[in-house]
Design a protein around this ligand. Structure first.
Ligand code: NAG
Length: 284
């Protein structure tokens, strides 16, 4: 299974995977030194999982959320990629942006345990947003959307801000996977898209033929850009599953945050983490 997945990797992919790991190691929860291998690795599973568990969040017991409606369009079924129009309300979007104020810090990557800024891989700022009722309701919505998968938890939410020339190089979200713990799905939510550029490009997903999609994706055919690019429309989200039934990462999910050419983009990542045997702690 793993061997087969590996056989198809080109040198370019290996380079990309190396970049992914480089970046992942710099994200919260991966500050400990980890092995630079994307395939399941028993010996490193424990420290990664332990660090990750500290980043998982759980809903308050008495959480009550207002009803919220959105529109879902199936973009692809294998891998599952969905477009969610109106995943967040305008009020939620404004709240998240205000909550991020004064919390922005430069996104770093980590190289052999050393935190550093590397503009060639990732140029943005990120903010940890406080988990008030509105934010917890967004976390709960993300789980509800997925059908409350078992032993699966939301990772602490961060917003990301991209000014002019801000970008995120091609990467997968599923680098640190093992059988027992992995990032099962991703939501890329757009909060602010007052910009040129800044879309999310999936070079291996085919462009749909139906013109109705042009509301949500770039249909202009930008030179040198392959695949599909979702526009950063405020309140909307792209959702995708990272793994197939055998636990293999989908290579079609490779994606990049395209450079912002003018204006500013603010995004919100919602990642769901599967952790076998993990339970919601009692003290919440
Ligand atoms: C991004 O733009 C904001 C203004 O909207 C500014 O305050 C901030 O310093 C800029 N960040 C960087 C890294 O230049």
């Amino acid at each position: 299974m793993a061997g087969e997945a590996f056989r198809y990797r080109t040198i370019l992919e290996v380079a990309i995977i190396a970049v992914v790991i480089y970046v992942l190691v710099g994200t919260p929860g991966f500050s400990t030194t980890t092995n630079s291998k994307s395939l399941p690795s028993q010996q490193h599973e424990v420290p990664v999982a332990k660090a990750k568990i500290e980043q998982l969040v759980y809903p308050s017991k008495d959480l009550k959320c207002p009803r919220h409606d959105y529109n879902v369009h199936v973009f692809a079924t294998s891998p599952l990629v969905l477009y969610i129009d109106g995943f967040l309300s305008d009020e939620e979007v404004d709240h998240l942006i205000v909550s991020s104020n004064d919390k922005w810090k430069v996104s770093t990557v980590s190289n052999e345990g050393r935190e550093m800024v590397d503009d060639s891989v990732r140029k943005s700022e990120k903010a940890a947003i406080p988990r008030d009722n509105i934010v917890q309701c967004i976390e709960a919505r993300a789980l509800s959307f997925q059908g409350w998968p078992q032993e699966t938890f939301i990772e602490r939410l961060w917003t990301q801000r991209y000014n002019v020339s801000g970008h995120y190089a091609l990467h997968y979200d599923w680098g640190m996977a093992t059988k027992q713990s992995r990032r099962v799905s991703s939501f890329m939510v757009y909060l602010k898209g007052d910009c040129e550029g800044g879309g999310t490009n999936f070079p291996r997903l085919p462009l749909p033929k139906e013109e109705k999609w042009c509301e949500f994706i770039e249909c202009g055919g930008e030179e040198g850009v392959e695949g599909v690019t979702f526009k950063p429309r405020s309140g909307s989200a792209v959702f995708w599953m990272n793994f197939d039934a055998e636990g293999r990462g989908y290579k079609e999910t490779i994606h990049a945050g395209m450079p912002v050419r003018s204006g500013q983009k603010i995004g919100l990542n919602i990642w769901s983490w599967y952790q076998a045997g993990h339970k919601i702690p009692d003290e919440r």
